[in-house]
Design a protein around this ligand. Structure first.
Ligand code: YH5
Length: 267
């Protein structure tokens, strides 16, 4: 069986609004329903931009953005994930119907491990060097693969010490989070090593900048589909459990063809 496909639902703030979130809520719910129709196995809902250089958002603002979207998507037999670094947002999102805490800060915020243990939800622990605003300034490692793996295993131990069950933990190398194109490629090539830890692995490479570094015509994020599919297929070949993507329909189709070729080779 190939990986599950996690579809990305970004809840962006309404521009020109009265401070409400009616338009962005409706747009995010409609987008989530489309991703479900396209074959998504999980939806990842995020109200805080973690793109390089993005500004911080308060917990109250993040909650106001994501809660109505979770309420609108929760009764579709598709698990919902909340993409947040903040325990208060994770608590509100899980109470509203999400079942996965996707944390790009790997439960490093004060109280985060305890909150995850209390909530009893699945957790995705992602590696990031630095913080979103400045992480791409000059990322450096002696051995990126060894350092990312050691960090993730240490965060898994910290989570379990706080009471998170081993079975709830997923690891993610954090493509694009404080990494050069060479760091990202080394991590993609080393996915089998991360899979060999025994923890299920999540890979998020969809539309990321390293694709444009390799192929300059992919300057616009929407022009990175081919590279995103190549990365998802590499993840599947390495045995990752989940691929986090924008283009769900195209990814599902690519994974189906890859799996069909693999099983024909087994006959
Ligand atoms: C991830 O890898 N990424 S948000 C910049 C882009 C395109 C996409 C235009 N949350 C991950 O998707 N959670 C994000 O260039 C994540 N793993 C997990 N677990 C960044 C993002 C993006 C950034």
């Amino acid at each position: 069986m190939g990986p599950k496909v996690m579809g990305i639902v970004n809840v962006t703030p309404d521009s020109f609004s009265d401070g409400g979130h009616h338009d962005s809520t409706a747009a995010a719910i409609a987008h989530g329903l489309k991703l479900i129709a396209d074959g998504a196995d999980i939806l990842d809902i995020g109200g805080e931009s973690t793109r390089p250089g993005a500004a911080a958002v308060s917990a109250d603002e993040e909650i106001a953005r994501v809660l109505p979207v979770i309420a609108g998507l929760k009764d579709n037999d598709v698990p919902l994930s909340i993409d947040t670094m903040k325990p208060a947002v994770a608590r509100a999102a899980i109470a509203a119907g999400a079942s996965i805490w996707n944390d790009v800060a790997a439960l490093t915020a004060p109280g985060a491990c305890g909150a995850a243990a209390e909530l009893g939800c699945e957790v995705v622990l992602m590696h990031m060097q630095g913080e979103p605003r400045t992480m791409q300034d000059d990322p450096r490692y002696d051995d990126v693969v060894a350092e990312v793996e050691a960090f993730l295993l240490a965060r898994a131990e910290a989570a379990m010490t706080a009471g998170v069950a081993r079975e709830k933990i997923r690891l993610d190398p954090g493509i694009g989070f404080g990494k050069t194109v060479l760091h990202n490629l080394a991590l993609l090539a080393a996915l089998p090593r991360l899979v060999a830890t025994g923890y299920p692995v999540l890979l998020g490479a969809s539309r990321k900048r390293f694709i444009a570094s390799l192929d300059p015509p992919g300057k616009d994020p929407e022009a990175r589909l081919g590279g995103s599919l190549a990365a998802a297929l590499a993840g599947a070949a390495a045995g990752v459990e989940i691929v986090r993507v924008h283009d769900v329909r195209e990814t599902v189709q690519a994974l189906i063809v890859q799996a069909a070729v693999a099983s024909a080779g087994d006959r």
